[in-house]
Write a protein that binds this ligand. Structure first.
Ligand code: CA
Length: 707
């Protein structure tokens, strides 16, 4: 891929994530404690809820509702929409309980909406300090809430777990789950396991040690915590697993944090009394720095099974030993019973970033099969005996030239898969784009704490300037693609593949109506034939759609709901790819039903005026230095090569007033309340001025290109 190679960018992470939905009534338990009321009362098929993140504990996201089906889906139309106030990305799976939709927006804000009308019942803003924006990699997003016994639980971007009264939104308890002085964030949805609420966190791009915690749902008291990587061996290990894990590390990994954050997948298995967590990448990414003598570095990039009551370790399976490419195993973990070689197996399925689709025996962690679900060039396969990937000889070539696929963004990221037991297929939003890695050339990048972002590789990005923008976009659209893949997990092969579009395709929903619903970056939500992939219906969303849709029934009528809005890691880092797409971010909840005919308000996309930039007054050397510092410290939020995905300010458009107070912003942090924290620890006033000169030089170039 010579063209992709030419533009190969060290892109940052793109965190950029059946049983019927009708009530689970069992003779021995008339009252479902998770629901907190008489389960039988709502067993009417006229009302079918979406009570958990993945619909049921198995997280298959397969609804038995079939009133909307292949034959009538073309009559599907909008019945209401609701604008979310927060102008950040939208990644939430809503819940629908008792006629109320609970949906989260940016900054961990929770909305309760009347599911039939869209009327706002309450809104809870947990008041996350905006300075936390710089403590995360991938936008102040949130993927949803959990529910138990009349309470709604949300993890907040500043690391709290909050219990709210489902009726009023009043705070019942609010606990800090992380050290606020460290760059921990929470974007994932909590899960309820028995009488506990389980929550992880993120931050492995910025140097933290990962863990997952369980809190008493009634009191908010910490019940247990399981770390995913060992801490400083000078202190006692928390448990025998940490001691065992430490033997797979070398050097002084704890100074870097080690990583292994559990930022999305947490799957509860009441049947086997297990809890499965998906563990993230190493911190820093570059294993040569964090563990110089190699080693597997447990439990990075692993699926770990724990006892939900105690947090005790039961088994683990490591997808990527010695992880070094940001190949997290945090992606959606789905449970199913599948017949494999004539025998029914209780399996767990995952399509982690590394490009292989795994089917494990979830009682034991035994690998049953693994095959590539997308283009993979770093390993030729998974050894069925050892369960380990067979790496290619050049997989760990970090010269800035060698292209690795999948990229650090993954063959699949957080947008959820779904499984249709009738077709036997798993619907995976896949991605293909290249990444190159380059070992750090500057000393500062070879040490812990060298920057707010230090993944141990040089940033390679910045735009190819010579070509016209349309040409760049055309090339990038070919090199950066997303595709819905219908995967047979038993045969381990694709049964159909959707049209090639932009990464990342949104999460998916499967229904008994023979449909797969998915949004995308083309500004539409689609319904595909689950058996063939035929595009049967689409509707304008006016914005990128990343979150997985849900479905529910009220009063005998089936609804399809999607929370839409562009944002997340891709939009924050931007670069020529996301910048070129020019996808507006319009955070909204959209609700569809048969016969719906509401129209969205007209969308307004206006070209922003570019202030005439002041001349560059520094030497070419200073400008070049400014670019280096910018790429290291600023690009993850303000865009690779000063090109944003529209989420954070495009600095080339900075008015003269901003240039006048530049040093006060960068060094003194006077805009901290907006999320622009001070960088005094990582940049000198001379650095700040060099960055400013680089910004001016790029603004000049943009200005000239428009003359
Ligand atoms: Ca990562």
């Amino acid at each position: 891929m010579p063209i992709a190679h030419r533009f190969a960018i060290l892109l940052t992470t793109l965190h950029l994530a059946g049983c019927p939905a009708v009530e689970e009534t069992s003779p021995s338990a008339a009252i479902d404690t998770e629901r907190g009321h008489e389960a039988s009362e709502e067993a009417s098929p006229d009302s079918v809820e979406w009570p958990r993140h993945g619909l049921d504990h198995d997280e298959q996201r397969f609804s038995p509702l079939d009133r909307i089906h292949r034959g009538n889906v073309d009559e599907l139309g909008l019945v209401w929409s609701f604008d979310l106030e927060e102008r950040r990305g939208v990644e939430a799976t809503p819940l629908m309980l008792d006629g109320v939709l609970y949906v989260t927006a940016g900054w961990s804000v929770v909305y309760a909406l009347d599911a039939a009308s869209g009327e706002l019942l309450w809104r809870h803003d947990p008041q996350v300090p905006r300075s936390f924006l710089a403590k995360g990699c991938c936008d102040a997003v949130n993927r949803g809430v959990a529910h138990r016994n009349g309470r709604i639980f949300v993890g907040t971007y500043d690391g709290r777990l909050v219990a709210l009264d489902a009726k009023t939104g009043d705070v019942i308890w609010d606990v800090q789950t992380t050290d606020r002085s460290q760059p921990y964030t929470i974007t994932g949805a909590p899960r309820v396991a028995g009488d506990k609420v389980v929550i992880g966190n993120g931050g492995a791009e910025l140097g933290v040690r990962g863990y997952v915690s369980a809190y008493d749902a009634d009191t908010g008291e910490l019940a247990w915590r399981f770390h995913t990587v060992p801490g400083d061996p000078a202190h006692p290990f928390e448990n025998a697993e940490m001691e065992r894990a430490a033997a797979t590390w070398s050097g002084k990994w704890w100074k870097w944090g080690g990583g292994g954050t559990v930022w999305d997948a947490i799957t509860v298995d009441p049947e086997l009394d297990l809890l499965y967590i998906g563990v993230g990448n190493g911190s820093p990414w570059n294993q040569e720095l964090r563990s110089p003598d190699g080693g597997d570095n447990l439990f990075l990039a692993s699926i770990v099974a724990l006892r939900p009551d105690t947090g005790e370790y039961v088994w683990h399976y490591q997808t990527t030993p010695g992880e070094t490419w940001d190949f997290t195993a945090t992606q959606h973990i789905m449970l199913a019973d599948l017949e494999i070689e004539g025998r029914m197996r209780k399996v767990l399925m995952q399509a982690p970033k590394n490009g292989f689709f795994y089917v494990l025996d979830r009682e034991t962690g035994e690998l049953l099969s693994a095959e590539p679900y997308t283009t993979v060039n770093w390993a030729t396969g998974i050894d069925p005996e050892t369960g380990r990937p067979i790496e290619t000889t050049d997989a760990r070539t970090f010269d800035g030239e060698h292209v690795v696929v999948p990229s650090n963004g993954g063959g699949h990221n957080w947008p959820a898969m779904s499984f249709n037991p009738k077709t036997g297929l798993v619907y995976i939003p896949t991605m293909v784009f290249p990444a190159t890695f380059k070992s750090p050339t500057e000393k500062v990048d070879r040490e812990p704490g060298g920057g707010r972002w230090n993944v141990g590789f040089d940033r390679m990005g910045a735009a190819p300037p010579e070509l016209p923008e349309e040409e760049v976009n055309r090339i990038l659209d070919e090199a950066f693609s997303g595709q819905l893949v219908a995967w047979d997990p038993v045969a381990q092969k694709a049964r159909w593949k959707g049209k090639i579009g932009r990464p990342t395709g949104g999460g998916t929903l499967s229904t008994a109506g023979g449909l797969v619903f998915q949004g995308g970056q083309d500004g539409h939500i689609h319904a595909y034939d689950a058996a063939t992939g035929e595009d049967l219906w689409s509707h304008d969303t006016q914005t990128g759609a990343m979150a997985p849709p849900i479905t529910f029934a009220l009063g005998g009528k089936q609804f399809i709901t999607a929370a839409v809005g562009f944002g997340g890691g891709f939009a924050a880092e931007g670069g020529v790819v996301a910048h070129g797409w020019k996808i507006p971010n319009v955070p909204r909840v959209l609700v569809f039903a048969l016969g719906g005919n509401k129209q969205l308000p007209p969308s307004e996309v206006t070209e922003r005026p570019l202030p005439k930039p002041a001349p560059v007054t520094a030497t070419a050397e200073v400008v070049a230095r400014g670019k280096v510092v910018y790429q290291r410290q600023c690009a993850y939020c303000h865009g690779d090569g000063l090109r944003t995905g529209g989420l954070n300010p495009d600095l080339r458009y900075s008015p003269p007033g901003i240039h006048q107070i530049w040093e006060k912003i960068v060094i003194d942090g006077i805009l901290e309340a907006n999320g622009m924290v001070n960088f005094a620890e990582f940049a000198t006033p001379e650095d700040a001025e060099a960055i400013r000169q680089y910004v001016l030089s790029e603004a000049q170039r943009l200005h000239e290109s428009r003359q």
